[in-house]
Design a protein around this ligand. Structure first.
Ligand SMILES: C[S@@+](CC[C@H](N)C(=O)[O-])C[C@H]1O[C@@H](n2cnc3c(N)ncnc32)[C@H](O)[C@@H]1O
Length: 287
């Protein structure tokens, strides 16, 4: 089972280690799309939730490599986009991805808990897609979003249920137990900070209406290597991100961890034909 305690990752960790380049984010996005079994892609589902007319001004907090923004852009050909992220490398990737489109796009570096670059009532839509768990001061962030969002606008926050992809945590923690790994590694990812379970109560002080929409998918891997690439891009369920006060773990630790996880995943594939990750995800629509 997934432990209650979770890793603390800050916006600075995101900027200075995890998102210094786009390789892990690119790899994760590819896997989520390539191995999904829900015929409706997540980004199409999110685009529907934005309920766009085509002329809105949209702010994307934690835009990452611009993958989702680029897919939204045709729906806002006559609108206006602002891509906002704390990590210069991913922001540059977003800039390149949207290079040359006629829709006006701005790219701004900053932290989502300080939107002082923007005047009040500047946007019709604000979105925070799988990024809120990094924001140090979530209450400041939501108050800022309320300030910059026009009356009648929407704020879309995508996040997971804490038990999303539990199959990955099961093999991960089983392998850690086999290795007799140190106790502080038995922690959930920082996504538990704001999840589908506890998000509404954190958003409610700032928005009159907060609606939760659940979304389910299952990734199915026919080859263990593809799952392992995903597991690696998740920093081994954060074990290699920021394990805390103890000493950094040596590369040989992760080689052994991968070998043990590989063995368990391969056994499932041999028995059932594929290894599944069940995604319990969703979003809040705030207005
Ligand atoms: C998991 S990625 C999600 C990217 C994109 N929204 C998506 O769903 O593809 C999280 C992004 O949030 C950014 N981020 C983390 N903390 C942030 C903060 N405090 N303010 C703005 N962006 C932040 C990271 O740099 C990263 O690009």
């Amino acid at each position: 089972m997934i432990p209650e305690r979770y890793f603390e990752l800050t916006a600075e960790d995101a900027r200075d280690s995890y998102f210094t380049d786009t390789s892990k984010l690119d790899a994760k996005q590819l896997v989520h799309d390539r191995f999904r079994t829900n015929p409706l892609a997540l980004h199409d589902h999110l685009i529907r939730a934005l309920d766009l007319r085509g002329t809105e001004e949209l702010l994307d907090l934690g835009c990452g490599n611009g993958e989702i923004l680029a897919r939204i852009r045709p729906y806002l050909a006559a609108g206006n986009l602002v891509a906002f992220d704390i990590a210069p490398a991913v922001l540059e990737a977003a800039r390149q991805r949207l290079d040359g489109v006629a829709t006006p796009c701005e790219f701004i570096e900053g932290s989502a808990d300080d939107l002082s670059d923007f005047a009040g009532n500047s946007f019709d839509r604000v979105m925070a897609i799988y990024m809120a768990h990094y924001v140090t001061d979530l209450q400041a962030c939501f108050a800022e979003v309320r300030r910059v969002l026009r009356p009648g606008g929407r704020f879309l926050v995508a996040t997971d249920r804490p038990d999303s992809m539990v199959e990955m945590y099961d093999v991960h923690f089983a392998a850690l137990r086999d290795m007799d790994a140190r106790e502080d590694l038995f922690r959930a990812t920082p996504k538990a900070r704001i999840s589908l379970e506890n998000g509404a109560e954190q958003l409610a002080p700032h928005f009159a209406k907060v609606e939760r929409v659940d979304w389910q998918d299952q990734l199915q891997f026919g080859k263990a290597e593809h799952f392992l690439a995903f597991y690696r891009s998740c920093n081994y369920c954060c074990a290699s991100s920021n394990p805390g006060p103890g000493e950094a773990l040596p590369p040989v630790f992760f080689t052994e961890l991968e070998d043990r996880v590989h063995e368990r995943v391969q056994a499932v594939i041999d028995e059932t034909g594929y290894f599944a990750l069940t995604k319990y995800t969703g979003h809040f629509i705030c207005s």
